[in-house]
Ligand binder design. Structure first.
Ligand code: ZN
Length: 179
């Protein structure tokens, strides 16, 4: 079992970011404690969304607070075993990812989607998401399938990113060696 204190932000090219996450089997106190830890890590690093795989927890969960402000806890949302359907429209915006520090990429995604998930009580909920929430939910959902945002961009842009990615690769190797 993954303990909340074992969760830490994983950076590209950590192999866990390429793995497909398994469904959360039961929404219990352990899941709630780990979700709490995810919010803490997300705020620490200045994010607005974070997925399980990004903290080494390979289950289908992501957390969102579009304000990115710990003080605005009423804006916190947890999506467990989410499903995304009914994509509509198309929008291109810059995205960042906590697992890819300093990198911003323009990504085209559906503008509106329908999201169904379980909340932290294990109760199903659904909502129509648009704008930033739609983008964030789709980005985080991708993580649950082992898809990182660099694969959602053009080959040209990926080539431009090569140096920045190489730097992250070197840093990852150094940290692996340091244990
Ligand atoms: Zn991300």
């Amino acid at each position: 079992m993954t303990l909340p204190e074992d969760l830490r932000l994983r950076y590209y090219p950590d192999p866990v970011l390429r793995m497909r996450a398994a469904p959360v089997r039961r929404v219990d106190d352990d899941v709630r404690a780990r979700a709490r830890a995810m919010f803490r890590i997300m705020y620490e690093h200045g994010g607005i969304g974070l997925s399980g795989p990004q903290v080494g927890w390979l289950e289908r969960i992501f957390v969102v607070n579009l304000t990115g402000e710990e003080e605005q806890a009423d804006q916190e949302e947890v999506y467990i075993n989410p499903r995304i359907t009914s994509p509509e429209g198309s929008a291109t915006e810059e995205e960042g990812c906590l697992s890819f520090p300093q990198i911003r990429i323009e990504i085209t995604r559906p503008e509106r989607v329908h999201v169904r998930a379980l909340d932290l009580e294990g109760k199903p909920f659904e909502r129509r998401a648009d704008g930033l929430l739609a983008r964030c939910a789709q980005h985080e959902f991708d993580h649950l399938d082992g898809i990182v945002f660099t694969t959602r961009t053009s080959i040209t842009r990926r080539l431009q990113l090569r140096k920045a990615l190489k730097e992250l690769e070197c840093r990852f190797e150094e940290e692996e060696r340091a244990g």
